[in-house]
Design a protein around this ligand. Structure first.
Ligand SMILES: Nc1nc2c(ncn2[C@@H]2O[C@H](COP(=O)(O)OP(=O)(O)OP(=O)(O)O)[C@@H](O)[C@H]2O)c(=O)[nH]1
Length: 371
C-alpha cells in the first residue's frame, strides 16, 4: 500500500462550460490509480446536476452548488475542504489520498488555486497538484476568443485535453492548437477520445510550480494570492470565514434575479423543472431548434429528463449550437423523479426560453407550466 502523503495533493479540472470536464473525470475515476480520491464539484446555478451525471455518490463526493468558486464561494471552498479533512481524520468517511476539484466552466482558476495554496489552515494539510484544462474542439475557438476565464483556464494548465476531436474537423483542431499554444506553449496535450488517457499521466504527483509558467499566468496567480492574503487577514480579524465573500455574493438581486446565479454582467443560470414525464421526440426537436436559433447566447444546457416510457433518466447536453446525443443513465440518482434542465445563458432572457418551450409543447399536445 502506498504511503499516506504528508500533504494531500489537490488537482483542479478546469475548462469552459460543456468542454468535457465531468466526462474526463468519470473516465479518470475508473482508473485504479485513482482509487482513494475525494471529489469536489462546483456547479453554477440553482440546480446541481454534475454529481448525478458522474454517477458516483458517496461521502467523499461533495457538491458546492449555486455559485461560482472564483467569485462567490471562496469561503465555502475552504470550509468544504477543511470539512473533508476533519471527517477523514476521525474516520467518518473513507480515507482519501487525493482531492480532485471540478470547477464550474465559468470559474477563473486562479482564486481557487490561491485558496488551496495560501489558506492558513489548508496549506498545512493539502498542496496543489497538476491542473488539467479541457478545451472543446468544436466550440473552443469562440470560447477562447470571448471568455477571459477560458484563456486563464488554458494558461494555467499543466495538462491540456482537447475534447470532442471526433466531432470537429481536423482542420478546425489544427487551427485551435496555435491559439492554445499562444496561452500555454509547454503543457503536454491529449486529444480525446482518440488518445489513450492514463490517470497517472494526467494527475501525476508533481507539485504545482509557478516557475516555468507564462508571465501572464504568474501575474494572474500573484493577483489571486494577494486577494487570498487580504481574505486571510479579514477572516482572522473578524473570526468568520463564512461571511467573507466578494461583493458579487452579497445576495442582492440583479436584473436576472439573485446574484448568486450570475457571473459577469450578462451571464446567468436558471433551471426549468417538469413534474410530468416528457415526450423525448417533442422535447428533442424543441431543444435542437432552440440551440439553432439562440446557440451563441446559450453557453450550456444540461438536464436529467424523466422520459415517457423510460424507467431510468436520460441525460441531455447542449453547448452553444451543439446538441450532444442523449445518454440513458443506469438509474435514478435519488427519489426526485422530476425532469430538471439547467440553462446558462449570456444576455438571453429566461422568459424567451420559457415562452418558446410552452408554445412548442402546447402545439404538440403537451402542456407545461413552470411549478
Ligand atoms: N463526442 C464527444 N462528446 C464529448 C466528449 N467529451 C465530452 N463530450 C460530451 O459533451 C457534453 C458535455 O460534457 P461534460 O463532461 O458534461 O462537460 P463539462 O465540462 O463537465 O460541462 P459543465 O460542467 O457544464 O461545464 C456531454 O454530452 C459529453 O458526453 C468527446 O470527446 N467527444
Amino acid at each position: 500500500m502506498t504511503e499516506r502523503p504528508a500533504l494531500t495533493p489537490v488537482n483542479l479540472i478546469t475548462g469552459f462550460l460543456g468542454s468535457g470536464k465531468t466526462t474526463l473525470l468519470q473516465r479518470l475515476l475508473r482508473d485504479p490509480a485513482l482509487a482513494d480520491t475525494a471529489v469536489l464539484i462546483n456547479e453554477f446555478g440553482e440546480v446541481g446536476l454534475d454529481h448525478h451525471l458522474l454517477e458516483r455518490v458517496d461521502e467523499t463526493m461533495v457538491l458546492l452548488q449555486s455559485g461560482c468558486l472564483c467569485c462567490t464561494i471562496r469561503g465555502e471552498l475552504s470550509s468544504a475542504i477543511k470539512d473533508l479533512h476533519s471527517r477523514r481524520e476521525v474516520g467518518r468517511i473513507p480515507f482519501f489520498r487525493r482531492l480532485v476539484i471540478e470547477s464550474t466552466g465559468l470559474a477563473d482558476p486562479f482564486p481557487i488555486l490561491s485558496t488551496v495554496h495560501a489558506d492558513p489552515v489548508l496549506k498545512h494539510h493539502f498542496r496543489l497538484g497538476n491542473v488539467i484544462a479541457t478545451v472543446d474542439a468544436v466550440n473552443g475557438g469562440v470560447q477562447l476568443a470571448r471568455q477571459q476565464e477560458n484563456a486563464k483556464q488554458v494558461a494555467v494548465a499543466d495538462r491540456l485535453v482537447i475534447t470532442k476531436t471526433d466531432l470537429a474537423d481536423e482542420a478546425a483542431v489544427e487551427m485551435l492548437i496555435p491559439r492554445i499554444r499562444q496561452l500555454n506553449p509547454l503543457a503536454p496535450l491529449w486529444r480525446v477520445p482518440h488518445d489513450p488517457l492514463d490517470a497517472e499521466g494526467l494527475l501525476s504527483h508533481e507539485e504545482f510550480e509557478l516557475a516555468g509558467r507564462s508571465e501572464r499566468a504568474q501575474h494572474w496567480f500573484a493577483t489571486a494570492l494577494m486577494g487570498q492574503w487580504r481574505l486571510n487577514r479579514y477572516s482572522h480579524a473578524s473570526g468568520d470565514v463564512e461571511q467573507v465573500r466578494s461583493p458579487r455574493a452579497s445576495g442582492k438581486g440583479g436584473a436576472y434575479g439573485p446574484e448568486i446565479n450570475c457571473h459577469a454582467d450578462s451571464i446567468h443560470a436558471f433551471a426549468l423543472v417538469f413534474e410530468k414525464p416528457l415526450d423525448w421526440t417533442v422535447f428533442g426537436i424543441w431543444l435542437t431548434m432552440l440551440l439553432n436559433r439562440h446557440g451563441p447566447r446559450i453557453l450550456r444546457v444540461k438536464g436529467i429528463l424523466n422520459v415517457t416510457g423510460s424507467p431510468a433518466p436520460v441525460a441531455v447536453h447542449g453547448v452553444q449550437h451543439l446538441v450532444h446525443p442523449p445518454v440513458h443513465m443506469a438509474s435514478w440518482p435519488d427519489e426526485d423523479r422530476r425532469s430538471r434542465i439547467v440553462f446558462i445563458v449570456d444576455g438571453l432572457d429566461r422568459a424567451i426560453i420559457e415562452r418558446s418551450l410552452s408554445a412548442f409543447l402546447h402545439t404538440n399536445g403537451c402542456d407545461w407550466k413552470q411549478p
